[in-house]
Design a protein around this ligand. Sequence first.
Ligand SMILES: [Zn+2]
Ligand SMILES: [Zn+2]
Length: 97
Amino acid sequence: MAVTITPPGKGRIITCPDCNGMPGRDCLECHGQARYVRRACPLCGDVGWDYVNGMNDRDGMACRISCGYTWSADDPGWRAQVLPAKAHGASADLVED
Ligand SMILES: [Zn+2]
Ligand SMILES: [Zn+2]
């Protein structure tokens, strides 16, 4: 990829409110990571964007409130908005109840 954007780009890493930041939970929101990236407009960083088709990222996203920018799911500034790779090496441990 030609464009390198440090994760999570303009997104914000927030503690998962569903599981109160407890790692390893069977949590749909954060998939047990205890935190997730709240994605934002790749241009202005506003989190008030919409799916163009109202359902998913297939037709792209639009920052309708702030800057009017529209982008696709392949936008590098959008794709960068994921949790950074785990710094600690315990990723092989799967917690199952
Ligand atoms: Zn969670
Ligand atoms: Zn915007």
